[in-house]
Design a protein around this ligand. Structure first.
Ligand code: ADA
Length: 585
């Protein structure tokens, strides 16, 4: 997997990022014709990773496509990992089906045992059809439904010993700057072995014990006390490398010691109140779709940091692992969510067809599981987001939320849980799910979708508080998780006209000043960082077929709002003076 640090001293990994054979299958005959056994001769070549829509001539294609490549392994067994495939896929090695996966933005993998050393053929059927019943996203979603193997593919060769899974937990004593580590490793070995199980923290061995294994075994290294630790926070993002070793197998991961919790209406990072000065960011680019290379990801984040943000909402799906690694390194916090968007009457008249569908709900639950499992060790992640703007006034959504929270808490109880609501409180019936989560987050578009004379941002916070109080949630922090206005880059005017850069900048300024002016909000996430391509069904209401609410456009050219936000967030982000400034040379 692509990370920003070395993941092992011994393990043999290689990426399959290269040109693959590729063929579209608009009639869906590949399975019947067994293309996984004999791939069509008339194929093209396409880079992996990439979104096929970015390959000239395939922009609007939605449906099935097949990919083929080969690889050589020295070991008889391998673990193949896909960092993201949109939206579902079947994987075949040498004609044998080895797994199926649904969900576009999370990683998944399959163990292929005893395939033998040597050369192998890998075929992947990918499909990105969307419907109103059991897929997510659905056809009315406000982002483009790119298809393809859009993040890296990796092969891990499995030798005599394999650490197939692991878990790192810690208990923190903030005052004393002490931590106690608990580590679990799951081993698979070919033979009976007796080797040393060791844990290293930044290259220093902190635990060592001989352990017998025979086949599968869980090993535990509990109660490892660490003194005088340096905390991770937005000012000093101190990171620790944890190396888990058994015999000649090891895994390296990286953590940061920090505590995130709420206290009444505040969010506390390491015991201190933090205001989240943020933007919502789609990990998307007009020329790359969802397959953004790290150079561009880093540039996005640097631009966001230059705007005096200390946080990003990863709207509306898990981002690349490298994004999170970079946020860990520079000390920015992250809200991560799954792509469950707009299942409510306004965006989708038949939203209950999905919400009442068990297959759909189970898909979401697996996405939550996969997201938390993948990212549990990133200190930057402070909030898990359940979904965005769905019918949180309904009992079926309440029941689904309870299940989602159960899945998250089974893996992680150390982070805060929220969701982006838009029940236009105090509309009746109001939101019935607020009591389930730690932080109340609301999207609010007054001044854009409603009359421009109605920019009552501060009044809205008052109404929110009142409503929250009335449902027993008055002591929870409030985040404004979306607000903003569309501006077509280059459109300017002396008048306050919609779609101009001036209008957007003025609205954002008014909103931020009013929100923080109430002293009641714990954070603001502007909608949005950059303009993004919208979905096919939303294009009529979105000039250029883009959601134009970015403070930079789709090529990251700043609009007026960029400087406005930079100035405002300088006031509200306590870290802004510490950060690296963009310099003029
Ligand atoms: C919603 C949604 C965003 C975007 C926004 C808008 O709040 O969460 O994805 O569609 O509206 O621009 O209207």
């Amino acid at each position: 997997m692509n990370r920003l640090f070395k993941r092992s001293n011994y393990a043999k990994y290689f990426l399959l990022d290269k040109m693959w054979d590729f063929v579209l299958d608009p009639d869906k005959k590949g399975i019947d014709e067994k293309w996984y056994e004999s791939f069509p001769e008339k194929s093209e070549r396409i880079p992996v990773p990439s979104c096929w829509n970015m390959d000239l001539g395939k922009f609007g294609y939605e449906g099935t496509a097949w990919y083929r490549t080969d690889f050589v392994t020295e070991e008889a067994s391998i673990y193949i990992k896909f960092e993201a495939v949109a939206n579902e896929c079947d994987v075949y090695i040498d004609g044998r089906h080895i797994g199926y996966h649904y969900g576009a933005f999370v990683e998944f993998g399959f163990l292929a045992e005893n395939i033998g050393a040597g050369s192998h053929e890998l075929v992947v059927r990918v499909n990105n059809d969307i419907n109103n019943i059991d897929t997510t996203p659905h056809p009315n979603t406000d982002w483009y439904n790119y298809g393809g193997i859009n993040r890296s593919v990796e092969i891990r060769e499995i030798g005599d010993i394999w650490i197939s899974d692991y878990r790192i937990d810690y208990k923190l004593d903030l005052e004393a700057k002490k931590a106690v580590l608990d580590i679990t490793a799951e081993l698979k070995t070919k033979n009976h072995l007796c080797e040393t199980f060791e844990i290293y923290v930044n290259d220093k061995c902190v635990y060592s014990k001989n352990e017998d294994t025979d086949g599968c075994k869980k090993l535990y290294a509990k109660g490892i006390a660490l003194e005088s630790i340096y905390l991770w926070d937005i000012y000093e993002p101190n990171l620790y490398y944890i190396r888990i070793k058994y015999g000649n197998e090891d895994i390296i991961d990286r953590i940061g010691f920090r505590e995130i919790k709420t206290h009444g209406k505040d969010i506390l990072l390491n015991g201190k109140k933090i205001l989240l000065t943020g933007v919502c960011r789609h990990e998307e680019h007009a020329d790359w779709g969802f397959s953004m290379p790290f150079t561009l990801i880093k540039r996005d984040i640097d631009i966001i940091r230059d705007m005096n943000c200390n946080s990003i909402r990863g709207s509306h799906y898990p981002n690349s692992k490298m994004t999170l690694d970079y946020l860990d390194e520079i000390g920015m916090v992250f809200w991560e969510e799954v792509p469950c968007w707009g299942y409510r009457k306004m965006a989708m008249p038949d939203h209950n067809a999905a919400l009442n569908n068990e297959k759909f709900v189970n898909r979401l639950l697996s996405m939550h599981h996969e997201m938390v499992k993948r990212d549990i060790n990133h200190p930057c992640v402070i909030l898990w987001g359940l979904y965005n703007e769905i019918a949180t006034d309904q009992q079926n959504v309440y029941d689904m939320s309870v299940k989602m929270i159960k899945v998250i808490k089974a893996l992680d109880t150390t982070r805060l849980i929220t969701y982006a609501c838009n029940q236009n409180i105090p509309a009746q019936p109001g939101d019935i799910c607020l009591g389930l989560v730690d932080v109340i987050s609301h999207n609010y578009y007054t001044g854009w979708y409603s009359s421009s004379e109605n920019e009552d941002f501060a009044a809205f916070i008052g109404r929110m508080r009142e409503y929250a109080d009335s449902v027993g949630c008055g002591d929870k922090p409030i985040i404004m998780s979306e607000f903003g206005a569309g501006a077509v880059k280059g459109a300017t005017s002396f008048e306050a006209l919609r779609w101009t850069e001036n209008y957007q900048a003025a609205l954002i300024e008014d909103a931020i000043e009013q929100y923080y002016g109430t002293g009641e909000v714990s954070g603001t996430f502007i909608w949005q960082f950059c303009d993004v391509r919208t979905g096919k069904n939303c294009q009529l209401s979105r000039p250029r077929s883009f959601n134009n609410k970015g403070v930079v456009d789709e090529y990251r050219r700043p609009k007026f709002a960029y400087e406005t936000v930079k100035g405002l967030y300088r006031k509200y982000n306590s870290k802004s003076d510490n950060k690296t400034k963009i310099r003029l040379f």
